[in-house]
Design a protein around this ligand. Structure first.
Ligand SMILES: [Zn+2]
Length: 225
């Protein structure tokens, strides 16, 4: 298993990425793809059922893929898992499969990376019902201060949608949030994680090196425990 080293840029949510010198990636494997981790330097993995690719026919089989895969050391978190109001099966099926993944996370003591689109009430309801002890990391976040605060009170970590965080107007939200709960990601898009670090470190009046060491600490707290 590989973990980020001091000085690394950490890209916390990637699909189909390849590590580069000085860049550590957390590659998100989706159960329906039937891919498994490869032991490559600079990469760790998450594994889960993405709500878009879930249906009544495949969900039982996908759950057993998750159960089998996540015991591997290279897989350091469950996910991405969660809710999408705009795409995917019924909210009821999304909720059932999400809850099953939370139960697995609590059992094997690995955190969860979450995909959530316009379904914050559903997400918070599951949090209230299952009272998870493992951290939840929201990826692709682009909400407002109020929503961010609500998620932070539940102990969650936030990784920002790259397009949002590169916009000048995200500065206010970034400055409002506690830096010890944030992550940055490319989501596998054609954008350089180093330019995201540059933009965010400027917003936060700190050097890129300071931001790197904060995010490494967050990584160790959230994903290694
Ligand atoms: Zn993703």
């Amino acid at each position: 298993m590989y973990l980020p080293q001091p000085g690394d840029y950490i890209d916390i949510h990637v699909h189909g990425g390849s590590p580069a010198s000085g860049i550590f990636i957390l590659e998100s494997l989706m159960a329906h793809e039937e891919k498994l981790p490869v032991d490559v330097s600079g990469v760790a993995y998450t594994y889960g059922i993405h709500p878009w690719f879930l249906n009544e026919e495949n969900h039982k089989q996908l759950i057993s893929c998750v159960e089998n895969a996540v015991i591997q050391a290279e897989i350091i978190a469950i996910g991405e898992a969660g809710f999408d109001r705009l795409r995917g099966p019924s909210p009821e099926l999304q909720r059932r499969v999400f809850e099953e993944q939370i139960i697995i996370s609590e059992k094997i003591l690995k955190p969860v990376v979450i995909h959530c689109v316009r379904a914050w009430d559903e997400l918070l309801a599951v949090h209230k019902k299952l009272r998870p002890k493992m951290p939840w990391l929201i990826h692709g976040f682009r909400g407002n201060v109020e929503l961010a605060d609500q998620l932070l009170t539940k102990g969650m970590f936030l990784s920002f949608w790259f397009e949002f965080v590169l916009r000048p107007e995200s500065r206010n939200l970034l400055r409002h949030l506690p830096a010890d709960r944030i992550f940055l990601e490319t989501d596998g898009a054609d954008v350089d994680i180093r330019s995201i670090y540059n933009k965010v470190s400027t917003d936060l009046d700190m050097s890129v090196d300071e931001l790197k060491s904060i995010i490494l600490k967050n990584f160790n707290k959230c994903l290694i425990g």
